[in-house]
Design a protein around this ligand. Structure first.
Ligand code: 1BN
Ligand code: ZN
Length: 340
């Protein structure tokens, strides 16, 4: 028992003594509260309440989501493993092996395949889109896509598309690792490794490209799925160590804005939207059908994009950090979409 307690018990209190006793008690209580707050770190709810003593209603806004996790070393290892198969143009043995490689990482997941044959000026080819579905509690779907094929016209070179095709496919495999587990709070996320994106001719020839996504967009329009897609997020050429994601003008402006906000929240905004381009990529069939879509692409790969579609598109130009930046910004965008 302290001095104030003894005082209270032993002597009848005068008004002055009473005042001193209450003052001492008040000071003691105040210093105890201060000590607790310092030791445990600031308690946001306490800080918020004392900052606005006049407000009577409690703060009911949702707690901020934790920053997304992404294992960049593991993702980078996936890039190396995909590249190690060699060139993977449609119709090749390596292409088939990469499909099996992707599927081997999705054994615990709900996986669907969309397989069909295309007729091109170069002949007929089997095409296979691979889809892993991660269900959510809300009615709606967010699609995150990457192509995994390499350029057919470069099939007889050493071209392995480390950045163009491998980096984004690896990114999706790591996103799958992060999504696996209990049903997510929010929209369902569908990861799509789409096929036959690359043009059958060089330079780029629109009518003979984007086969996988064109087929899937048609199919999802016919069966009504398209109405449930809240956003289509495309990843392409996202591994460049000198990462500069374009503001892509076929993309949906509010979705690009949301991506920029997500990047800013993670401190990565300097890698986004310093440059603007218009690119005919895998998001186009979805843009045409009114699905909010964004192409996350760095189309400045080496000085003046000099490594694009050349055998110089190799792993040494890439960095795990770039995968982490795009991976976490993508996942933070998904969190923002959940709350939109
Ligand atoms: C991206 C990577 N693309 C192909 N490989 C799409 C593209 C098409 C980019 C035309 C620029 C022009
Ligand atoms: Zn390409």
């Amino acid at each position: 028992m302290g001095t104030a307690g003894r005082l209270l018990v032993k002597k009848p209190l005068t008004t002055r003594r009473l005042r001193i006793a209450f003052l001492t008690l008040g000071l003691l209580l105040f210093s105890c509260t201060q000590a607790r707050n310092t030791a445990a770190g600031p308690n946001p709810s306490v800080v918020a309440q004392s900052a606005s003593p006049a407000s009577s209603s409690p703060d009911l806004s949702p707690a901020p989501s934790p920053p997304p996790k992404f294992d960049s070393s593991r993702a980078f290892q996936y890039v190396k493993e995909i590249v190690a198969f060699g060139p993977r143009p449609i119709g090749s043995q390596n292409h088939r092996k990469v499909e099996d490689y992707i599927l081997s990482h999705l054994k615990q997941d709900s996986v669907e395949e969309d397989a069909f044959t295309i007729e091109t000026t170069e002949g007929n080819f089997p095409v296979r889109n691979l889809l892993a579905k991660f269900p959510g509690t809300e009615d709606g779907i967010i699609v995150i896509a990457s192509h995994y094929d390499t350029n057919y016209p470069l099939r007889d070179t050493s071209y392995v598309g480390a950045n163009d095709g491998a980096s984004s496919s690896a990114l999706l495999l790591e996103i799958a690792n992060q999504l696996r587990g209990p049903r997510r709070e929010g929209y369902s996320v569908w990861l799509l490794w789409d096929d036959a994106e690359e043009s059958m001719r060089l330079p780029w020839f629109d009518p003979e490209s984007l086969y996988g996504v064109r087929h899937l967009a048609q199919k999802w329009q016919a069966d009504g799925t398209i109405k449930h897609i809240k956003a289509f997020l495309l990843e392409d050429m996202i591994g460049d160590a000198d990462l500069e994601i374009e503001r892509e003008t076929n993309s949906t402006p509010w979705l690009e804005q949301m991506i920029y906000q997500a990047a800013t929240g993670l401190g990565y905004q300097s890698h986004f939207f310093a440059r603007t381009s218009q690119i005919e990529d895998d998001h186009i069939p979805f843009v045409e059908r009114g699905v909010p879509s964004a192409d996350l692409i760095d189309f400045d790969y080496g000085y003046n994009n000099v490594f694009w579609h050349t055998p110089q598109d190799t792993v040494d130009k890439l960095s795990p950090k770039s995968l982490e930046i795009v991976g976490t910004v993508t996942l933070a965008t998904v969190q923002k979409l959940d709350h939109k």
